[in-house]
Write a protein that binds this ligand. Sequence first.
Ligand code: IMP
Length: 452
Amino acid sequence: MTVTIVGSQLGDEGKGGVVDLYGDEVDVVARYQGGDNAGHTVVFGEEEYKLSLVPSGAIRGKVGVLGNGCVVNPETLFAEIDGLRERGLDPDVRVAERAHVILPYHRVLDGIEETAKEDSDLDAGTTGRGIGPTYEDKIGRRGIRIGDLLDPDSLRTKLEYVVPQKRALAEDVFGATTDEAFDIGSLYEQYRRYGERLAEEEMTVNAGGFLTERIEAGENVMFEGAQGTSIDIDHGDYPYVTSSNPTAGYAATGTGVGPTVVGRGEVIGIVKAYLTRVGTGELPTELGSVEGQTPEDGGRPEMADLATEIRDEGGEYGTVTGRPRRVGWLDVPMIRHAARVSGFTGLAINHIDVLAGMDEVEVGHSYDLDGEEILTMPPTSKQWARCEVNYRRFDGWPEADWEAVAAEGYDAIPENARTYLEYISDELDTPIYAVGVGPGREQTVIVETPFA
Ligand code: IMP
C-alpha cells in the first residue's frame, strides 16, 4: 500500500505534519523530487525538528529514502543526519544512486542567474540552494550522480568535463569571479570523501528495487512530495517555479516504482486554509502586502494588517530561508487545478485555527479572465496576472481549545469552520481525511486513516 502526499498550493501547506500524522503505519517514507530547498517542521513530543532534505518520517524511526528524482547536497544531508544523531535519534536514510548531486558551483550559479534575471523580472526568488542549475545539468546529461561519488574515476572524469564549462559560464557570460567552488581538485577530494561516507554507512540504494521489495513484502510506503503544485515546473506558474515536479505523477518517475503502484494507493492533497507564497510571481488573492501594490494592480493594500496578523499567527516565515511569506486568501481555482493534476483521493486541510477569531473569511472562488468566468488556473503567468478574483465570504469561527477539538473529532470543529471545510471538499469533489488545528500531531482531527 502506498500513500502520496502532495502540496496543492505553493508549498508550505504543512505536508511534514501530515506525513508525521500517518507515520505510525508507515514503514518507509520516500521523497521523489526537490532537494534542500524544502523545509518541513515536525513537532514530536516537546521537540521541534526542522529539516530540509531528510524525509520527515526519519524522525519517527522510519526508513527515509531520497529517490532518483531528488537532487542531493551531501553537505546538507550529513549535517542533518549528524544533527539528529546529536539529539539522540538514529535516522535510517537511503539515497538513490541515480539521484543527482548538488555541487557548490550550482549554488553559486543559482545566485548569479537570479541576479541577472532581476532586470527582466524573471527571477523566481529561489532558495539559492542550487536546485535549478543541478536539474539543468541532469537534463543536459552532464550531471554528477550519487553513484559517481562511489566511483572516483567517474567523478574525476565528469568534473574535468563540466567544471571548466561552469567556470566559463560564471566568468565569461555573467562576469563573476570564481573561487574554489569551481576548482576541480578540491571538489574531487571533498566529494570523493562524501562518497566514502555514503559507502561506509551503506546509504546508497537502487531506489525502485528497494521500494518494490518493501511494497511486495507488505510494507507501507509513503511518497512525500516537497513544494507544491503551483510551483511545479510543468503545472505551476512558470517561470516562477521550482525545477522539479511536486505533483503525484512524479512519485513514480522520481522513485522508480510504476505509476500503477502509485495509482493503486491514495493521493492526499494538502491544503492550507489560506495561501502563502515565498518567492516572486503572481498571487491574485494576495492580502496587499507587496510594497507599492494598489487596488488598480488587483492588490488589496487595505488588508495588509490582516496579512501581518495571519503571518504572525501562522508562523509564516520560510523554514529554509527565514523569509516572511506573502499571504492571501484561499485560491480555489488553484486547488481545483491541483486536484485534477494529481488525482487527489483525500484532503488534509491545515491551519484553520490560524483563521479563528475573524469576523469573516474570504476565498477566491473563481476568476474572470478576459470577460469569461474560469474555475481553474490558466496556463500562463500573464493570463494569471489578468485574472480578476470573484470572492465568496464565509462567517468567521471562534477560537477554540483546539487540542480538545482534535481529541473529540470532526463534529467538535466550530460549525462555521465546518461549513468552510465542506465547501472546499465539495468544490474539489474529494473527501476530507484530516483537519489541522495546530502545529502538533495531537492538534489534528483525523477523519480517515489512509493505510487502514
Ligand atoms: P528553488 O526551488 O530554490 O529553485 O526556488 C524556486 C521557487 O520555488 C522560488 O519561488 C522558491 O521560493 C520556491 N520554493 C522552493 N522550495 C520551496 C518550499 O519548500 N516552499 C515554498 N516555496 C518554495
